[in-house]
Design a protein around this ligand. Structure first.
Ligand code: SF4
Length: 433
């Protein structure tokens, strides 16, 4: 039997899809290259914005048509499955609807669906959630994710994550180290510790900065990264570890969401502009040149033009290296979805477009500042550009670089002098390997 997995959304979903593939492989299934060739089609979905759900629903419709000739089992997993539940059975091809807490039972559900044609729904919250340790899956390539928490116990007023992923659960330290080592042995050279809010990690007496330091010590030749941070829970000890551990990369993804203290309070984010500024300046003092990226929501209910201007000016002051920017999208069941004073759609679009223009300008200025510098690059593969075959790699601050070199360098750390930049893309010349 063959399976086909399609993944939407964040790193947590990418990680979960790998776990799902691990379960299917252990069941003796092999991966199909195309949905038409699969006996099991799994769509791992996202609910963070309405748009994400609409895209997944359209795709489930398309995949159901492809599944019909082989009577393939269509399974919908992830956050939208958790939120919509049995509603998804309206699509007759859908036989499994599984929330993020149910994947350890996937094998049994699959057997039942395949043999008895059963329709199964499991969106139960698993209070004794156990992370699935993985020894064997060797499919990460050079860059791997290791989940350290699942769910989130914050309650940002616009966010659906706590409702679909449940309260935060921190993973045992030993399991995190075990999986990191398994990934290193399987060829991963750049590992990212992932969680909705990694700074809230706490298992027994181990907090996030200790875990980060332990992981860095365990795999000293691997690059170590982490995402996503939360300004309310971020503390100087994390910056301290980043500054002293040579293999922890100088990049912090620190969602700001808004530059207005009144909007931040309404969002229930738990920090102010001043607090945010203090974190960024502490990081830049400890690690000059550290890359700071962020997330911003524009058009939050009640956001005035003046408050939007506060976001715009603060964004400029922070000189972010890049950002993910979104129009507010009311999510069912969230506090913000019950707020009135909606910002008109056209105004939301105007605010987003203007901020994106600023982001583009700052991001390319940040790249231009790297021209002439020698940077450590992890060679990730080859790329054809203007008919020329080049190597592509990633800097510690998470930028991609193109340069000439031998393919044997793939997976190696090399030194590249940056010769030019175009927007956020960098080109350079190999200095040493
Ligand atoms: S920290 Fe806030 S925005 Fe992030 S996942 Fe948790 S509730 Fe959502």
């Amino acid at each position: 039997m063959r399976y086909y997995v399609e993944t939407y959304g964040c790193q947590m979903n990418v990680y979960d899809s790998k776990k799902i593939e691990e379960v299917l492989t252990a069941e003796g299934l092999s991966r199909a290259a195309r949905p038409e060739e699969a006996d099991v089609i799994i769509v791992n979905t996202c609910s963070v914005r309405e748009h994400a759900e609409n895209r997944a629903l359209t795709r489930i419709g398309e995949l159901s048509l492809k599944a019909a000739p082989r009577k393939a089992v269509v399974a919908v997993c992830g956050c939208m499955a958790q939120r919509m539940g049995s509603e998804l059975f309206k699509n007759r091809a859908v036989r499994l609807v599984l929330g993020p807490d149910s994947y350890s039972k996937l094998a049994g559900y699959l057997r039942a669906a395949v043999t008895d044609g059963a329709k199964l729904l499991d969106t139960a919250r698993d209070r004794s959630f156990r992370f699935q340790a993985s020894e064997g899956f060797r499919d990460w390539g050079l860059r791997g994710f290791v989940s350290i928490t699942k769910g989130c116990s914050n309650s940002c007023s616009y966010c659906i994550v706590p409702a679909v992923r449940g309260p935060a659960v921190s993973r045992p330290r030993d399991e995190v180290l075990k999986e990191t080592l398994a990934q290193w042995r399987s060829g991963v050279r750049d590992v990212t510790l992932i969680g909705q809010n990694v700074n809230a990690y706490r298992y027994g007496g181990t907090g996030f900065s200790t875990l980060l330091s332990d992981v860095a010590e365990l795999v000293p030749e691997a690059r170590v990264r982490f995402t996503t941070s939360h300004p309310r829970d971020m503390d100087d000890s994390v910056i301290g570890v980043m500054a002293v551990r040579p293999n922890v990369c100088e990049h912090i993804h620190l969602p700001l969401q808004s530059g207005s203290d009144r909007v931040l309070e309404s969002m229930n984010r738990g920090y102010t502009r001043d607090r945010y500024r203090a974190i960024v300046s502490a990081a830049r003092k400890a690690m000059p040149g550290v890359s700071i990226t962020t997330d911003i929501i524009v058009g939050y209910p009640g956001e005035s033009v003046e408050e939007y201007e506060e976001t715009y000016s603060f964004f400029e002051e922070m000189q972010f290296d890049s950002a993910f920017m979104f129009k507010f999208s009311a999510r069912p069941g969230t506090a913000a979805s019950r707020m009135s004073d909606e910002v008109p759609r056209q105004e939301k679009e105007r605010r987003l477009a203007r901020l994106m223009e600023l982001e583009r300008r700052l991001a390319s200025a940040a790249s231009a500042r790297l021209v002439g510098r020698e940077m450590e690059v992890l060679v990730e593969g080859r790329k054809i550009k203007d008919g020329v075959e080049l190597l592509t790699g990633r800097t510690r601050c998470n930028r991609t670089v193109l340069f000439r070199g031998a393919s044997e360098l793939s997976g190696k750390l090399v030194s590249v002098r940056i010769d030019s930049s175009k927007g956020v893309s960098l080109s350079g010349c190999l200095v040493s390997a």
